[in-house]
Ligand binder design. Structure first.
Ligand SMILES: [Zn+2]
Length: 196
């Protein structure tokens, strides 16, 4: 899971709000506002990745995810800080989370996932760093809600960690990360493990 550093709300979104006074998410179905917003967020805030599963979605289909679900938190339904572009997987991420959310959720706009989550390289699973307490509870809740250890994801991460055994130089890891465009925090995790 990746930290998302939100930029200021883009002016096209501010203008759209002023002009159209949207009161529900459906009001955004007009014009090309949703595609424009996704492109802005992927390009400027997310490096092209789904922040939950770390699959590269810039050239693929994606949807706009409400971190706090719009049905439960109607007041933030179009708050820029509550929106991210997210993958279309029906089994993980937004597809798994749906309308569920509570304060145990690791919100990647507010919290840094690196402080909560790490990897079990033998299985490819994402696991809590801490063994008890609030950080542990939040990690467990979030991994489960987003289904981050969905078999296909864990298998792909495990395979990647084996491939990375063949890299020797620190710079190889950065190069590999740019080329592969998948699971950047796993690559960083292994790099830090080796080079500190
Ligand atoms: Zn995803």
């Amino acid at each position: 899971m990746l930290k998302v550093d939100k930029k200021s709300e883009p002016s096209f979104l501010t203008d759209f709000k002023k002009r159209n006074k949207p009161s529900a998410w459906d009001d955004y179905n007009q014009a090309d506002i949703k595609p424009k917003l996704k492109e802005f967020m992927l390009e400027n805030e997310q490096d092209g990745y789904c922040p939950y599963c770390e699959v590269y979605i810039k050239d693929d289909k994606s949807h706009i995810e409400h971190i706090r679900p719009k049905d439960i938190f109607p007041r933030v339904f179009d708050n820029h800080d509550n929106l991210m572009a997210c993958c279309m997987s029906p089994n993980t991420c937004g597809g798994s989370k749906a309308n569920k959310y509570d304060e145990n959720f690791i919100n990647p706009v507010i919290n840094n996932p690196k402080e909560y989550l790490e990897y079990d390289l033998s299985s490819g699973d994402i696991v809590p760093i801490h063994s008890e307490g609030e950080y542990y509870e939040m990690a467990i809740y979030t991994i489960d809600l987003l289904n981050l250890n969905y078999r296909k994801l864990s298998d792909a991460r495990r395979s990647l960690s084996i491939e990375l055994n063949y890299l020797y130089e620190e710079s190889d890891f950065d190069y590999y990360k740019d080329e592969l465009k998948k699971f950047p925090s796993l690559i960083d995790f292994i790099k830090e493990d080796i080079f500190g």
